[in-house]
Design a protein around this ligand. Sequence first.
Ligand code: HEC
Ligand code: HEC
Length: 352
Amino acid sequence: MENTSDALCGRWKLFGLTAGLSAILLVFSLAFGLQAADEDAKSAVPAGLGKVSHPKDNLPTAEKISLGKQLYWDKRLSKDNTIACVSCHDPKKGWSNGEQFATGVDGQKGGRNSPTVLNTAYGQFQFWDGREPSLEAQAKGPIQNPIEMAITEKAVVEKLNKIEGYKQQFQKVFKTDVTFDNMAKAIAAYERTVLAGNSPFDRYKAGDKKALSEAAERGRYVFFNKALCSACHAGPNFTDNGFHNVGIGMDKKEYDVGRFAVQKLGGNRGAFKTPTLRDIGRSAPYMHDGSLKTLEEVVEHYVGGGIDNPFLSEDIFPLKLTAEEKKDLVTFLKEGLKSGDYPMHEAPKLPE
Ligand code: HEC
Ligand code: HEC
């Protein structure tokens, strides 16, 4: 009898130990599983790009990114349910909108071209004049802008809180109902997944000398040497994150002062942020005022040395390029910087 009870007791102990161990293992594997998913969200960076850094208070998770994607595509974030972020930053149009200017609610037009959202994850400044530092801060702008989405913070938060599917997701991701801050965080986390890289140029740089066509390779040489476009379009994202006056729109009496509105230094007059050139073939028209329709026109602009003005960058001057060099340069921009795995996102299912 005693033996049995001892044996039983031993078995129970063993069972307890096994159950305990499995529970610990389960918890561990769940934790690591989730962490692995988050790691994937963090480290899925196309070849040629640097690591994406995330604000400490807005680390990405798969669920947060999915929520941000829904918000990005949802027209209910505008006053009259007609405009979403994607209306002006559309994957099919190079994450821009294919028009000279942005068109917001009631067909209202702004005075600036929609920049691409591609690789804004790497931007130290957002907007053409760099007036916002982070994607989180940026996302709040267009929603409230009277000629873009034209809705108040209060109204959009109220509206989204009436949508059960959003309420639940915000609870899951942020442990709150819908708030304006958390909405911006989710959108920013999604934007940080919109990356362009792994282009023929990246493969060429990594040692595959056949990755660029002969014309694109000649154009690469012009870009980095004879035309020195790389004085400003530098680094993995083809931008120095700086502001320059390259002589665009400067023939207007009331020209757009650009960076000067943010930082009142003389040299900032008519200076705009150097944009990325990745997948540039997809996002015509070009420049802050959308005034150049094609990459051929852009190259002619630089060859001519830009519109002369007292604030013109020292790095902008007439270039002596042959007709073939100009063609090759365009080929490099179009083919050489085209992503191998362009993020052609599809519209997500939106919550009811
Ligand atoms: C009506 C068109 C329109 C809508 C809607 C719109 N944007 Fe924009 N977006 C623009 C324009 C125009 C700019 C440039 C404005 C400027 O520089 O002053 C811009 C700038 C940006 C930038 C800065 C990019 C850079 O390189 O500086 C980001 C990021 C961005 N928008 C994301 C969003 C998000 C997220 C939403 C939705 C919450 C959104 N946009 C809605 C037109 C729009
Ligand atoms: C002095 C710095 C500088 C140099 C040099 C320079 N760029 Fe730019 N680039 C800029 C800035 C700043 C802008 C935005 C200007 C604006 O909108 O007013 C720009 C805009 C562009 C755009 C339009 C991008 C868009 O999304 O609208 C293209 C394309 C471009 N540059 C290609 C080139 C090429 C090709 C060269 C060499 C021939 C070159 N750049 C030389 C700073 C420079």
